[in-house]
Design a protein. Structure first.
Length: 221
């Protein structure tokens, strides 16, 4: 089983509570979790990545246990070998394209001269046609260029699984179609497993080898 998730998490804010109760098993390379905004999709990805700790349960990916409350296992985010593409891309505004990508190789400090000129950074600059923009800052980029930079930063670390949070939501229709095709080609070339969350049925059609629906914190088929 490639992905095995079974965990609960309750969050409280004032008088409101929200309970996430996830049970998902899949051997597919492309998993899509589909559902409306506020249903718990992003929380599910954050839990897999180690950014949110469950109250109980387990998270297993590619045969590795990332979290297990009964065994006392809770690997830190950096040790999980998970690539996370945030919905807003989370690029550093004061860093250039090259520096943002290099940051993935040196997460605790600013990119060094060595990592900035690392051949792995050069590879992803070329793969996403960003060579001519390497010295630009995020505010100088188009939406598609920002997404390519964020995806390059995610992939430069060679993660075991890719987590994508509404990756096309902020783009116009034409650019969505282009970047879906690019992501499709990259995923197939790297043969990297991915979990994509979305409310867009076109994303489901493009990437949904195994599709789950989420509503009010619960995953169903």
């Amino acid at each position: 089983m490639l992905v095995d998730l079974a965990f609960d998490k309750t969050l409280c804010s004032g008088h409101r509570t929200f309970t996430l109760k996830v049970a998902l098993q899949s051997a597919a390379q492309r998993i899509v979790i589909h559902g409306p905004s506020g249903s718990g999709k992003s929380m599910t990805l954050r839990t897999i990545a180690g950014l949110l700790a469950p109250d109980a349960g387990h998270v297993c990916v590619n045969g590795r246990t990332l979290f297990d409350s009964t065994q006392g296992i809770d690997l830190p985010t950096q040790a999980r070998q998970v690539g996370y593409l945030f919905q807003d891309y989370a690029l550093f505004p004061h860093l250039t394209v090259r520096q943002n990508i290099a940051f993935g190789l040196n997460r605790h400090w600013l990119p060094t001269r060595r990592t900035q000129h690392d051949e792995r950074v050069d590879y992803w600059l070329a793969a996403f046609q960003l060579e001519g923009l390497y010295h630009h800052h995020p505010h100088e980029l188009s939406g598609g260029q920002r997404q390519r930079t964020a995806l390059a930063r995610t992939l430069v670390t060679q993660p075991e699984i890719l987590l994508l949070d509404e990756p096309f939501a902020a783009l116009d229709q034409a650019l969505r179609d282009t970047l879906r095709a690019e992501l499709d080609a990259v995923q197939r070339r790297l043969n990297i497993p991915m979990i994509l969350i979305t409310h867009d049925r076109e994303d489901v059609a493009a990437f949904g080898d195994d599709v789950f629906h989420m509503d009010n914190g619960i995953i169903v088929r």
